[in-house]
Design a protein around this ligand. Sequence first.
Ligand SMILES: [Zn+2]
Length: 262
Amino acid sequence: MRAMRLPVRCTECYPLGDYRRRAENEKASRLRLELRDDNAYVATCPNDHEVRVSLMNLRYELLFESGIVALLYRFNRESVASIASALERFCEFGIRVLLRHDGVSPEQVEAAWQFVENDSQRQLYAFAMMYLAAFKRPFVPPKQFETMASFRNGVIHKGKMPTAAKAMEYARWVFDLVWAVYAELERLDEKAVDAITKELGVRAAQTKLGPPKPGKDGKRRTTMAKFPTMLTPGAPPRDFDRRLADTKKRLDVWGLPPLGAI
Ligand SMILES: [Zn+2]
Protein backbone atom coordinates (compact mmCIF):
# COMPACT_ATOMS: atom_id res chain seq x y z
CA MET A 1 0.00 0.00 0.00
CA ARG A 2 1.19 3.51 -0.74
CA ALA A 3 1.80 5.74 2.27
CA MET A 4 -0.31 8.79 3.06
CA ARG A 5 1.23 11.82 1.41
CA LEU A 6 0.42 15.47 1.83
CA PRO A 7 -1.02 17.28 -1.21
CA VAL A 8 0.34 20.81 -1.57
CA ARG A 9 0.28 23.37 -4.37
CA CYS A 10 3.01 25.73 -5.52
CA THR A 11 1.45 29.16 -5.02
CA GLU A 12 3.67 30.69 -7.73
CA CYS A 13 2.34 28.30 -10.37
CA TYR A 14 -1.17 28.20 -8.93
CA PRO A 15 -1.86 31.78 -7.86
CA LEU A 16 -5.04 32.78 -6.10
CA GLY A 17 -7.60 34.25 -8.48
CA ASP A 18 -5.58 33.65 -11.69
CA TYR A 19 -7.78 31.02 -13.30
CA ARG A 20 -5.92 30.85 -16.60
CA ARG A 21 -2.60 30.18 -14.89
CA ARG A 22 -4.23 27.73 -12.55
CA ALA A 23 -5.70 25.74 -15.44
CA GLU A 24 -2.32 25.68 -17.23
CA ASN A 25 -0.51 24.47 -14.13
CA GLU A 26 -3.15 22.18 -12.71
CA LYS A 27 -0.79 19.19 -12.75
CA ALA A 28 2.65 20.83 -12.45
CA SER A 29 1.69 22.83 -9.37
CA ARG A 30 0.60 19.77 -7.42
CA LEU A 31 3.13 18.10 -5.14
CA ARG A 32 2.73 15.15 -2.83
CA LEU A 33 4.99 15.15 0.19
CA GLU A 34 5.89 12.48 2.69
CA LEU A 35 4.46 13.19 6.15
CA ARG A 36 6.94 14.73 8.60
CA ASP A 37 7.15 15.10 12.36
CA ASP A 38 7.68 18.84 12.49
CA ASN A 39 4.84 20.14 10.25
CA ALA A 40 7.46 22.12 8.29
CA TYR A 41 7.45 21.17 4.59
CA VAL A 42 9.91 22.43 2.00
CA ALA A 43 9.81 21.21 -1.60
CA THR A 44 10.57 22.37 -5.11
CA CYS A 45 7.92 22.37 -7.84
CA PRO A 46 8.74 21.24 -11.43
CA ASN A 47 9.13 24.94 -12.37
CA ASP A 48 11.85 25.28 -9.73
CA HIS A 49 9.94 27.38 -7.20
CA GLU A 50 10.55 26.70 -3.56
CA VAL A 51 7.36 25.70 -1.77
CA ARG A 52 7.18 26.15 2.00
CA VAL A 53 4.16 24.91 3.87
CA SER A 54 3.35 25.05 7.56
CA LEU A 55 0.90 22.29 8.38
CA MET A 56 -1.73 23.23 10.97
CA ASN A 57 -2.92 19.71 11.84
CA LEU A 58 -1.57 18.37 15.11
CA ARG A 59 0.29 15.09 15.41
CA TYR A 60 -2.59 13.28 17.14
CA GLU A 61 -4.95 14.17 14.28
CA LEU A 62 -2.55 12.77 11.68
CA LEU A 63 -1.76 9.64 13.70
CA PHE A 64 -5.44 8.91 14.18
CA GLU A 65 -6.23 9.45 10.49
CA SER A 66 -3.29 7.24 9.57
CA GLY A 67 -4.65 4.55 11.92
CA ILE A 68 -8.10 4.78 10.34
CA VAL A 69 -6.62 4.59 6.85
CA ALA A 70 -4.64 1.49 7.89
CA LEU A 71 -7.83 -0.06 9.25
CA LEU A 72 -9.76 0.65 6.03
CA TYR A 73 -7.10 -1.25 4.07
CA ARG A 74 -7.18 -4.05 6.67
CA PHE A 75 -3.82 -3.41 8.32
CA ASN A 76 -5.38 -4.04 11.71
CA ARG A 77 -2.22 -4.21 13.85
CA GLU A 78 -0.78 -1.06 12.27
CA SER A 79 -4.09 0.67 12.88
CA VAL A 80 -4.06 -0.12 16.61
CA ALA A 81 -0.43 1.07 16.92
CA SER A 82 -1.14 4.41 15.22
CA ILE A 83 -4.36 5.00 17.13
CA ALA A 84 -2.68 4.19 20.47
CA SER A 85 0.00 6.76 19.58
CA ALA A 86 -2.70 9.28 18.67
CA LEU A 87 -4.16 8.93 22.18
CA GLU A 88 -0.72 9.43 23.75
CA ARG A 89 -0.05 12.53 21.65
CA PHE A 90 -3.50 13.84 22.56
CA CYS A 91 -2.56 13.41 26.23
CA GLU A 92 0.51 15.57 25.59
CA PHE A 93 -1.80 18.20 24.10
CA GLY A 94 -4.07 17.92 27.16
CA ILE A 95 -1.18 18.27 29.63
CA ARG A 96 0.01 21.41 27.86
CA VAL A 97 -3.50 22.92 27.82
CA LEU A 98 -4.02 22.26 31.54
CA LEU A 99 -0.58 23.68 32.43
CA ARG A 100 -1.31 26.81 30.35
CA HIS A 101 -4.68 27.12 32.09
CA ASP A 102 -2.88 26.93 35.45
CA GLY A 103 -0.60 29.80 34.41
CA VAL A 104 2.64 27.79 34.12
CA SER A 105 5.05 29.58 31.79
CA PRO A 106 5.96 27.89 28.49
CA GLU A 107 9.65 27.98 29.56
CA GLN A 108 8.89 26.04 32.76
CA VAL A 109 6.82 23.52 30.82
CA GLU A 110 9.65 22.95 28.33
CA ALA A 111 12.18 22.55 31.15
CA ALA A 112 9.99 20.04 33.01
CA TRP A 113 8.97 18.12 29.87
CA GLN A 114 12.12 16.02 30.12
CA PHE A 115 10.54 14.12 33.02
CA VAL A 116 8.11 12.54 30.54
CA GLU A 117 9.65 13.21 27.14
CA ASN A 118 10.91 9.71 26.36
CA ASP A 119 7.97 7.76 27.69
CA SER A 120 4.52 8.23 26.19
CA GLN A 121 2.91 6.07 28.87
CA ARG A 122 4.21 8.47 31.53
CA GLN A 123 2.57 11.30 29.61
CA LEU A 124 -0.68 9.39 29.58
CA TYR A 125 -0.61 8.83 33.34
CA ALA A 126 0.54 12.40 33.99
CA PHE A 127 -2.47 13.59 31.99
CA ALA A 128 -4.78 11.24 33.92
CA MET A 129 -3.70 12.82 37.21
CA MET A 130 -3.80 16.40 35.90
CA TYR A 131 -7.29 15.79 34.53
CA LEU A 132 -8.33 14.41 37.92
CA ALA A 133 -7.00 17.55 39.62
CA ALA A 134 -8.81 19.84 37.14
CA PHE A 135 -12.18 18.07 36.83
CA LYS A 136 -12.33 16.04 40.09
CA ARG A 137 -13.06 12.74 38.30
CA PRO A 138 -11.08 10.33 36.08
CA PHE A 139 -10.87 11.20 32.36
CA VAL A 140 -12.08 7.69 31.60
CA PRO A 141 -13.62 5.02 33.87
CA PRO A 142 -10.53 3.12 35.19
CA LYS A 143 -12.03 -0.36 34.46
CA GLN A 144 -12.80 0.60 30.87
CA PHE A 145 -9.31 2.05 30.50
CA GLU A 146 -7.76 -1.17 31.80
CA THR A 147 -9.67 -3.28 29.25
CA MET A 148 -8.59 -1.08 26.34
CA ALA A 149 -5.00 -0.70 27.59
CA SER A 150 -4.70 -4.47 27.89
CA PHE A 151 -5.96 -4.87 24.29
CA ARG A 152 -3.45 -2.23 23.10
CA ASN A 153 -0.58 -3.85 25.03
CA GLY A 154 -1.41 -7.29 23.66
CA VAL A 155 -1.19 -5.94 20.11
CA ILE A 156 1.86 -3.73 20.59
CA HIS A 157 3.96 -5.73 23.04
CA LYS A 158 2.83 -9.33 22.53
CA GLY A 159 2.38 -9.37 18.77
CA LYS A 160 -1.33 -10.23 18.90
CA MET A 161 -3.30 -9.99 15.65
CA PRO A 162 -6.48 -8.01 16.27
CA THR A 163 -9.58 -8.62 14.17
CA ALA A 164 -10.88 -5.71 12.10
CA ALA A 165 -13.91 -5.54 14.42
CA LYS A 166 -11.73 -5.23 17.57
CA ALA A 167 -9.46 -2.67 15.91
CA MET A 168 -12.55 -0.66 14.88
CA GLU A 169 -13.91 -0.86 18.43
CA TYR A 170 -10.60 0.47 19.75
CA ALA A 171 -10.61 3.30 17.18
CA ARG A 172 -14.17 4.26 18.14
CA TRP A 173 -13.27 4.23 21.84
CA VAL A 174 -10.25 6.52 21.32
CA PHE A 175 -12.30 8.82 19.03
CA ASP A 176 -15.10 9.23 21.58
CA LEU A 177 -12.65 9.67 24.45
CA VAL A 178 -10.58 12.32 22.65
CA TRP A 179 -13.65 14.35 21.64
CA ALA A 180 -15.22 14.12 25.12
CA VAL A 181 -12.00 15.37 26.73
CA TYR A 182 -11.43 17.98 24.01
CA ALA A 183 -14.91 19.42 24.62
CA GLU A 184 -14.18 19.68 28.34
CA LEU A 185 -10.84 21.39 27.74
CA GLU A 186 -12.64 23.84 25.41
CA ARG A 187 -15.25 24.58 28.08
CA LEU A 188 -12.55 25.03 30.71
CA ASP A 189 -10.26 27.33 28.73
CA GLU A 190 -10.82 27.87 25.03
CA LYS A 191 -7.94 30.35 24.84
CA ALA A 192 -5.47 27.80 26.19
CA VAL A 193 -6.75 25.21 23.69
CA ASP A 194 -6.26 27.67 20.80
CA ALA A 195 -2.84 28.78 22.01
CA ILE A 196 -1.48 25.24 22.41
CA THR A 197 -2.97 24.20 19.05
CA LYS A 198 -1.08 27.03 17.35
CA GLU A 199 2.14 26.43 19.28
CA LEU A 200 2.33 22.69 18.62
CA GLY A 201 1.25 23.04 14.99
CA VAL A 202 1.77 26.00 12.79
CA ARG A 203 4.01 28.10 15.01
CA ALA A 204 6.53 25.31 15.54
CA ALA A 205 6.56 24.77 11.77
CA GLN A 206 7.00 28.48 11.00
CA THR A 207 9.90 28.74 13.45
CA LYS A 208 11.56 25.81 11.74
CA LEU A 209 10.94 27.15 8.23
CA GLY A 210 12.06 30.70 8.99
CA PRO A 211 10.72 33.78 7.21
CA PRO A 212 9.41 33.19 3.67
CA LYS A 213 11.80 34.00 0.83
CA PRO A 214 10.59 36.50 -1.78
CA GLY A 215 9.49 35.10 -5.16
CA LYS A 216 10.63 36.51 -8.56
CA ASP A 217 8.10 39.33 -8.21
CA GLY A 218 9.59 40.27 -4.83
CA LYS A 219 6.47 39.16 -2.95
CA ARG A 220 6.87 36.94 0.07
CA ARG A 221 4.55 33.99 0.16
CA THR A 222 3.88 31.65 2.99
CA THR A 223 1.45 28.81 2.79
CA MET A 224 -0.43 27.23 5.63
CA ALA A 225 -2.35 24.05 5.10
CA LYS A 226 -4.97 22.26 7.14
CA PHE A 227 -6.70 19.05 6.16
CA PRO A 228 -9.95 17.68 7.54
CA THR A 229 -9.38 14.51 9.57
CA MET A 230 -11.58 12.58 12.00
CA LEU A 231 -10.05 14.48 14.94
CA THR A 232 -9.79 17.93 13.34
CA PRO A 233 -11.98 20.51 15.06
CA GLY A 234 -14.42 22.10 12.64
CA ALA A 235 -17.88 21.98 11.18
CA PRO A 236 -18.87 18.30 10.78
CA PRO A 237 -20.43 16.73 13.87
CA ARG A 238 -18.00 14.88 16.11
CA ASP A 239 -19.64 11.58 15.34
CA PHE A 240 -17.54 8.48 14.58
CA ASP A 241 -19.70 6.97 11.82
CA ARG A 242 -20.30 10.29 10.09
CA ARG A 243 -16.62 11.22 10.11
CA LEU A 244 -15.53 7.71 9.11
CA ALA A 245 -17.76 8.02 6.03
CA ASP A 246 -16.03 11.36 5.22
CA THR A 247 -12.58 9.80 5.63
CA LYS A 248 -13.52 7.00 3.20
CA LYS A 249 -14.52 9.63 0.64
CA ARG A 250 -11.26 11.57 0.79
CA LEU A 251 -8.61 8.80 0.52
CA ASP A 252 -7.52 10.32 -2.81
CA VAL A 253 -6.58 13.55 -0.99
CA TRP A 254 -3.70 11.59 0.55
CA GLY A 255 -2.82 9.96 -2.77
CA LEU A 256 -4.34 6.61 -1.76
CA PRO A 257 -6.19 4.22 -4.10
CA PRO A 258 -9.95 3.64 -3.79
CA LEU A 259 -10.84 0.93 -1.26
CA GLY A 260 -12.07 -1.57 -3.85
CA ALA A 261 -8.89 -1.22 -5.95
CA ILE A 262 -6.44 -3.23 -3.84
ZN1 LIG B 1 5.90 26.52 -9.04
